[in-house]
Design a binder for this molecule. Structure first.
Ligand code: OSB
Ligand code: MG
Length: 369
């Protein structure tokens, strides 16, 4: 297949509430949206970069530049026989994995629509519903935190993740655990601690947490292995696992007991599935992380999470947890059992609301073969 047309957009879609982590605050989704056209069909993908280089090195501006100057022209010149070929086509591009993933997701959608197969089917998914939770940002005080968590619990979420940082870790976690003794609970530090905090972090062992996500540096594996030896709670790596090689290194060094897989962080679904398979082989559970995606990126995450070794609830909340209005006509809604249903329509299975997408598009460019 030869891609005939590529449309790129940068969008800005406000969140219902700002999202605050240990190191930054996001008030809107600033993704790059990719549309590929070929053989009378189209495919959509989202590169869910942040507004600044706070989670990883990518931003909407870097993704925009790399996509326009390299990724779009390379794809127009190349030829695809299957979606996995995008990975090979971009193999010589260093880093910039979220930008690459935006194109790779769109290729999976395009191939799926042409073949009449859902993305979950194409990937080897085995579930019709995927278990999900909600990621709760840093709050101004414990009273506000309990109110916010109570709202999500009332909405039906059975797993909650708390963002933590020094000065906002032990006490907020204790407060939520005391109020909800049976809630599935985990924390995420987004790389704010160092090994010097090992004894401090060990206090979290008292709260029966599923995991402690990415306590140490965004590019570290070695110190996480040392820290894991000093904690009972499993460490889960997020930022550090940017490729299947990084996953292999982390598994070999026992740097984590659990892996958060975000297909966007690792360059797409091909690499994500490889990591899933490798972790399954090693007996390490995985779960699907999120980047506050629109319905376009969320659909790829949900399909991925339908693979068998995604045995913990994902950070894939319903559309309304993020946006007043999503850019798809069939937004994701929470089932009463704290799951999202896996789309069954061909490709990613969401219908893009083009008029609304246009209204949140800040800049657009089209490439034709
Ligand atoms: O570290 O998992 C993270 C959002 C943006 C960047 C990084 C992270 C997150 C989340 C929210 O925790 C996940 C979601 O609900 O999409
Ligand atoms: Mg994380």
């Amino acid at each position: 297949m030869k891609i005939e047309q590529i449309e790129l957009r940068r969008i800005e879609l406000p969140f219902v509430t700002p999202f605050e982590t240990s190191g930054w605050r996001e008030v809107a989704n600033h993704s790059l949206i990719v549309r590929l056209c070929a053989e009378g069909a189209e495919g959509w993908g989202e590169a869910p970069v942040g507004v600044g280089p706070w989670y990883n090195e990518e931003t909407q501006s870097t993704a925009w530049a790399i996509a326009r100057e390299y990724l779009a022209p390379m794809l127009l010149e190349g030829e695809l026989h299957r979606p996995e070929d995008v990975d090979a086509l971009y193999a010589r591009v260093r880093g910039n994995r979220m930008a690459r993933a935006g194109f790779e997701f769109a290729a999976w959608d395009l191939f799926g629509r042409l073949a009449g197969r859902s993305l979950s089917q194409m990937l080897g998914g085995t579930r019709e519903r995927v278990a999900v939770g909600v990621s709760v940002g840093v709050q101004p005080d414990i009273e506000s935190l309990l109110r916010v968590v109570a709202g999500y619990v009332a909405a039906g979420y059975r797993r909650v993740k708390l963002k933590i940082k020094p000065g906002w870790d032990i006490e907020p976690t204790r407060a939520v655990r005391e109020r909800w003794p049976d809630l599935l609970l985990q924390v995420d530090a987004n790389s704010i601690y160092s090994l010097d905090h090992a004894a401090h972090l060990a206090q979290l062992d008292a709260f029966n947490l599923l995991l402690i996500e990415q306590p140490l540096a965004h590019d570290d594996i070695i110190d996480h292995a040392k820290l894991q030896g000093r904690l009972k709670t499993p460490i889960c790596l997020d930022e550090s696992i940017v490729s299947s090689d990084h996953a292999r290194w982390a598994l070999e060094l026992r740097a984590c007991g659990i892996i958060n897989i975000k297909p966007s962080r690792v360059g797409g679904l091909t690499a994500a599935r490889r990591i899933h398979d490798m972790a399954a082989e090693a007996g390490v559970p995985v779960w699907c992380g999120g980047m506050l995606e629109t319905g376009i990126g969320r659909a790829a995450n949900v399909a991925l999470a339908s693979l068998p070794n995604f045995s913990l609830p994902g950070d894939i909340s319903a559309s309304e947890r993020y946006f007043q209005r999503d850019v798809v006509r069939n937004p994701f809604t929470l089932n009463p059992d704290s799951t999202l249903s896996v789309p069954t329509a061909p490709g990613i299975g969401v219908v893009v609301d083009e008029a609304f997408l246009d209204s949140v598009t800040v800049e657009r460019v089209t490439f034709t073969r």
